[in-house]
Design a protein around this ligand. Structure first.
Ligand code: XMP
Length: 323
């Protein structure tokens, strides 16, 4: 639309003014906000933008490969960091949700800083490096007008770089709502998959395993999640459903029967919700046929999972994610 074309032109102009001849770096999460912000900056300053994508090993089935292919098509300079082992080692033995989140956030900043050192290690004294963030208007409002809540918050202590290197935030989406960001993404010609991606938390499947996060459990959850997403897409409900986390109750077992044997496996919880902005949400009345298909397939196809349950709690009092 005309309006979005104006937004693109206006923002590209503003970014050029702010960054001048400088260089910028952006952490891509795989989500639409950081992708659109980075695409705007790339349009403004070209290959003086470097994008970094950290694979923390807790993405969904095939997601990192997909994100990498999509991003390689869009971004000229992309640094993909494989940090699975680092994250899983840091999470070993941890079950408390906030501790998990803190560890994941901490490892993320460490990894991103290492990438910055690689990319900007030769930065001149006194040079300002620009940090691109996909902060949206609701983030600005929620955090009282300060820096956004998305991706990285604490960037005042960037280790490893010269002390007199300054960081300055570039936040081209600060005035926009989610649907406007999607429209800008379409205007910029980003792939539809990227533009219409449902929300997915930064800590990934790590906060959808209730209990310790291990590679084995992640693989189990990845399989169940892939089936649930495939069936939801087949049903044509992707845009109606805000998101549908699949949660693995990894420390719970229940008895079942399959073929002519007793099973003693784990339950998963489907958490389909409808929402406008994730601040509140309602549990989605999924059609019975869709639930049936998902349940049958998960219990047949994923060894170790022998029960599928559904969460019928609204937000509030429940949150969308379980951790
Ligand atoms: P809750 O669970 O608080 O989630 O109802 C609200 C929305 O935020 C997403 N979410 C996150 N997104 N980093 C993110 O980028 C996070 O740490 C995070 N935690 C929750 C969640 O998927 C839902 O869309």
């Amino acid at each position: 639309t005309w309006t979005m074309l104006n937004v693109v032109e206006e923002q590209v102009e503003k970014i050029r003014e702010q960054v001048g001849e400088g260089r910028a770096i952006c952490a891509l999460s795989g989500g639409v906000d950081s992708a659109v912000a980075a695409a705007l900056v790339q349009r403004a300053i070209g290959d003086r933008l470097t994008c970094v994508y950290v694979d923390h090993g807790m993405m969904r089935l095939g997601e990192t490969e997909q994100v990498r292919r999509d991003f390689e098509e869009v971004f000229d300079s992309l640094d993909v960091v494989d940090a699975e082992e680092q994250f899983l080692t840091a999470l070993a033995g941890v079950t408390e949700p906030e501790t998990k989140r803190k560890i994941i956030g901490h490892e993320f900043i460490r990894t991103f800083e290492a990438a910055e050192v690689r990319v900007f290690g030769d930065a001149q004294q006194g040079e300002t490096v620009f940090l691109v963030q996909g902060t949206l208007y609701p983030d600005v409002v929620e955090s009282g007008g300060g820096a956004g809540t998305s991706t990285i918050k604490s960037h005042h202590n960037v280790g490893g770089l010269p002390d007199d290197l300054n960081f300055e935030l570039v936040e081209p989406l600060r005035a926009l709502f989610k649907d406007e960001v999607r429209a800008v993404g379409e205007q910029l010609g980003l792939p539809e998959r990227m533009v219409w991606r449902q929300p997915f938390p930064g800590p990934g499947l790590g906060i959808r395993i209730i209990g310790e996060v291990t590679k084995e459990r992640l693989d189990m959850l990845r399989q169940a999640d892939a089936i649930a997403r495939e069936e939801l897409t087949k049903s044509g409900l992707d845009r109606e459903i805000w998101q549908m986390p699949v949660v693995l109750l990894a420390d719970v077992r229940s008895v079942g029967v399959q073929g002519d044997g007793r099973t003693y496996g784990h339950p998963v919880v489907l958490r389909p919700v409808t929402s406008e902005d994730a601040m509140t949400a309602d549990w989605a009345r999924l059609p019975y046929e869709v639930m049936e298909k998902i349940s049958t397939r998960i219990t047949n196809e994923v060894a170790e999972i022998n029960r599928v349950t559904i969460d019928i709690t609204s937000k509030p009092p429940g949150t969308i994610e379980w951790e």
